[in-house]
Design a protein around this ligand. Sequence first.
Ligand code: SF4
Ligand code: SF4
Ligand code: FES
Length: 258
Amino acid sequence: MNKSSDQANRRETQTGISDRSARRLTIKILRHNPQDPASDPRFERYQLDEAPGMTLFIALNRIRDEQAPSLQFDFVCRAGICGSCGMLINGRPGLACRTLTNKLDPEITLAPLPVFKLIGDLSVDTGAWARQMGEKLETWVHQHKEPDIDRLEERMEPERAEEIHELDRCIECGCCIAACGTARMRKDFVGAAGINKLSRFRLDPRDERSDEDFYELIGNDDGVFGCMALLGCNDVCPKELPLQTQLAFMRRKMAKFG
Ligand code: SF4
Ligand code: SF4
Ligand code: FES
């Protein structure tokens, strides 16, 4: 390897920016407007030159600015935090803002996440799903007594706070649901995101619910017993949450009441 290609490779490793930036990309996008009775789902192809450090977020913005003003897709943070930009990238759920085009072949296929209500093109309503899941699983701290707002907050052990924080990193992007065979078959399945969320409240010392109470919520086929344990969710979670561990743990806990 000569010195300059060695330097280029090092630069790519350090920054994720490739010197293969002169590639011509073809991006095939599944387009459909469900509000328009005349709209049929179809793939449309767009071509653009790859730029250094280009993400799918940047590519989609360029396509919308230069070629397809009506293209619908969601972004807020551009930093893997808001969970808005989940989509199928070459058939695999992922975040468009965290996906560098130089990690993909020059022909890229994008489609909306399945399972969720389609708003249009690549935009789906994960918010409605998350709201419904939160209400169903009552994802808030439950206490038997009325809270006393004048009392000092109780201390929590830092180790416990960290365990809770780890599970709280879910950004509700919907990737685990889109990758889940059970979620595709059972519309009320709470999925790995839901089970992870309840694990988080089970860890919280302020939540006074018992395992029996949690069993009432997820001890059924829409909860832990509907999970086929093939772990597509675990493979695609962009936040690398320990979904496999949480699913196995909650199933073992709930099985005691079954
Ligand atoms: S568990 Fe992971 S994949 Fe699922 S919604 Fe949360 S962040 Fe997204
Ligand atoms: S392991 Fe369970 S929750 Fe995860 S994708 Fe498979 S069926 Fe869905
Ligand atoms: S735009 Fe917020 S996660 Fe991608």
